[in-house]
Design a protein around this ligand. Structure first.
Ligand SMILES: CC(C)(COP(=O)(O)OP(=O)(O)OC[C@H]1O[C@@H](n2cnc3c(N)ncnc32)[C@H](O)[C@@H]1OP(=O)(O)O)[C@@H](O)C(=O)NCCC(=O)NCCS
Length: 158
C-alpha cells in the first residue's frame, strides 16, 4: 500500500514552514519569464508574505500535491477588483495541478466577477484560467523592471 493516493491535491492554510519553499519556487528563471513577474529577495519575500498572511482581505492557500508543497494560490483586492494568482514549483508543472488547484480555490473565493492578469505569452496560465471558465475580457500592457513592455490579457470569471 502506498502512503497516499496518487495525484491527491489538497488546498490548506499556509504555514511558516511553507515560505522557504515558496521562496525557492519564485526564484526560477523560467517561471519568472512566464509570469513576467520579478522574484523578490529573501527579506522582501518574507515581508510580503507576512503582510498578506495577516490581511483578512487576502485569501491564500498552500497547494499540496501528494503531500508535497507544490505551490500557492491567492486572491486579493486590487483597485476594487477581486484578483486571483498562483505559482507552482517547476518540478510540478504539466500534471494538471494548476487547473485542479484553481478549480478548487474557486469554491473558497465566492466574490464575482473575479479577474486575472496574464502575460500574453503565458500560454499555460491562460489555459488554466480558460479551463476554469475565465474568458478574455480585455488587454493591457506594462513596463517591466528592465524597461521592456509586457502585453497582458485581462481574464474575467462572471
Ligand atoms: C502557469 C502554471 C500555474 C501552470 O501550472 P500547471 O500545473 O503546469 O498547469 P496544468 O498542468 O494544469 O496545465 C494547464 C494547461 O497548460 C498547458 N501547459 C502547461 N505547461 C505549458 C507550457 N509550458 N507551455 C504551454 N502549455 C503548457 C497544459 O498542457 C494544459 O493545457 P491542456 O489542458 O490544453 O493540455 C505554472 O506553470 C506556473 O506556476 N508558472 C509560473 C508562475 C506563473 O506563471 N503564474 C501565473 C501568473 S498569471
Amino acid at each position: 500500500m502506498t502512503e497516499h493516493e496518487p495525484n491527491t491535491l489538497i488546498l490548506r492554510d499556509v504555514t511558516e514552514a511553507d515560505l522557504p519553499i515558496f521562496f525557492e519556487q519564485q526564484l526560477d528563471t523560467e517561471a519568472i519569464q512566464m509570469a513576467a513577474f520579478p522574484s523578490r529577495d529573501r527579506e522582501a519575500f518574507m515581508a510580503h508574505w507576512k503582510k498578506i498572511m495577516g490581511n483578512e482581505n487576502v485569501t491564500v492557500r498552500t497547494i499540496l500535491f501528494e503531500e508535497h508543497v507544490a505551490g500557492n494560490i491567492v486572491s486579493w483586492d486590487q483597485s476594487g477588483q477581486r484578483e486571483v494568482g498562483y505559482w507552482i514549483g517547476k518540478k510540478y508543472w504539466g500534471k494538471g495541478i494548476g487547473t485542479k488547484a484553481l478549480a478548487e480555490f474557486l469554491g473558497y473565493v465566492k466574490p464575482r466577477p473575479l479577474y486575472a492578469h496574464v502575460a500574453k505569452h503565458n500560454v499555460a496560465s491562460l489555459r488554466v484560467l480558460q479551463k476554469c471558465g475565465f474568458v478574455i475580457s480585455g488587454e493591457d500592457k506594462f513596463s517591466n523592471e528592465s524597461g521592456g513592455e509586457i502585453e497582458e490579457f485581462l481574464l474575467k470569471l462572471e
